[in-house]
Ligand binder design. Structure first.
Ligand SMILES: C[S@@+](CC[C@H](N)C(=O)[O-])C[C@H]1O[C@@H](n2cnc3c(N)ncnc32)[C@H](O)[C@@H]1O
Length: 313
């Protein structure tokens, strides 16, 4: 896909700016990853990985029941917040043609050709009041976007307000804490993958400086409980291998997809690391060393993925 295919407006300069050679959004200063074709490709690998994790589907929990239960008078609606390239929203719209699916993001990087029941909006969701009505949605899905949110509890409180009673909130976030050989090493040298460890430490420091709580992924369950608005809260964790080391066939496929995703993610961190004041030579070394630990792993890297869904009372 070219920029031409995905860009939904007419004048790109209104929606994008350049930062250290990569295109990024203009709406939000906190979210520092690019909004360009390489990132859209990365999201597509991420999306496929998640489908493996969710046993070939795009969701966890009784989503199908909520969206197809007969005798319901209202028009059913799904909201995908931080939709990225919009793949999830498009596939949900295809699967549930009688349901309205809206994807919202900081940047217009979604395809122009979409199913008639799918639409995309631009909005910065990093604020105290989101511009959506109470009880407007049956399903709200927020995946891999906590790094653009300053107060994640407040964000979930707002999503809860926007969700209909009986509706489902799905939150999915990968952990930024590196996992090597199945463990969370505490120091670079104990990690067995010092380059990998150092880059993730630098990334987490940058996020913290930007006001992002890097512990959000492992606290999703507690954050949902804190609202007091849900029942049947289900917290799951998956270990995603990165690379070609798993013996099991399915895990190997996931590992390959994750390898491709992270091959794109490591250079995508460059503008953020430079913006944080890390000298160019050091950023280069950080990314190259992390790449080396991924390409020729002495200890196999993986990432923990936190998947939570809950039904609103
Ligand atoms: C890593 S991508 C994930 C895309 C998609 N959810 C997925 O899982 O494939 C994160 C997306 O969230 C969006 N995002 C981050 N912070 C946001 C915010 N404050 N408001 C709206 N969108 C945001 C980014 O623009 C980006 O497209």
């Amino acid at each position: 896909m070219s920029d031409e295919d995905t860009f939904v407006g007419e004048d790109a300069s209104r929606y994008f700016t350049q930062l250290h050679g990569r295109r990024r959004n203009v709406l939000n200063e906190r979210y520092m990853l690019p909004a360009d074709e390489d990132e859209i490709r990365r999201y597509s690998y991420h999306h496929r990985i998640l489908q493996f994790v969710c046993a070939g589907r795009n969701y966890v929990g009784p989503v199908k029941e909520v969206l197809t239960y007969p005798g319901v008078k209202h028009k059913r609606r799904v909201l995908d917040v931080g939709t990225g390239g919009g793949l999830w929203a498009i596939e949900m719209a295809d699967e549930f043609p009688r349901v309205d699916v809206t994807g919202v993001d900081l940047a217009p990087i979604q395809p122009r050709e979409v199913p008639p029941n799918c639409s995309f909006e631009l909005c910065d969701l990093d604020g105290p009041e989101l511009p959506y009505s109470n009880h407007a949605y049956d399903i709200i899905h927020a995946r891999s976007m906590h790094t653009g949110i300053g107060n994640y509890q407040q964000f979930v409180n707002e999503l809860t307000r926007m969700l209909r009673p009986g509706g489902i909130l799905i939150l999915i976030e990968p952990d930024s804490q590196p996992v090597v050989d199945g463990k969370r090493p505490q120091t670079s040298y104990a990690s067995g993958a010092p380059g990998w460890f150092a880059l993730w430490e630098a990334y987490r420091n940058c996020l913290t400086r930007k006001g992002v709580d890097v512990n959000v992924p492992s606290h999703l369950g507690a954050i949902i409980r804190q609202t007091g608005a849900y029942e049947k809260i289900r917290v799951q964790e998956a270990s995603i291998p990165i690379g070609f080391w798993p013996k099991d066939e399915t895990l190997l496929t996931i590992g390959q997809l994750a390898w491709m995703e992270y091959d794109h993610l490591l250079p995508a961190m460059r503008p953020m690391l430079l913006e944080a004041g890390i000298p160019e030579w050091k950023v280069k070394v950080l990314i190259e060393d992390a790449h080396r630990d991924m390409y020729e792993p002495v200890m196999p890297p993986s990432v923990r993925l936190h998947v939570v869904h809950a039904i609103k009372k």
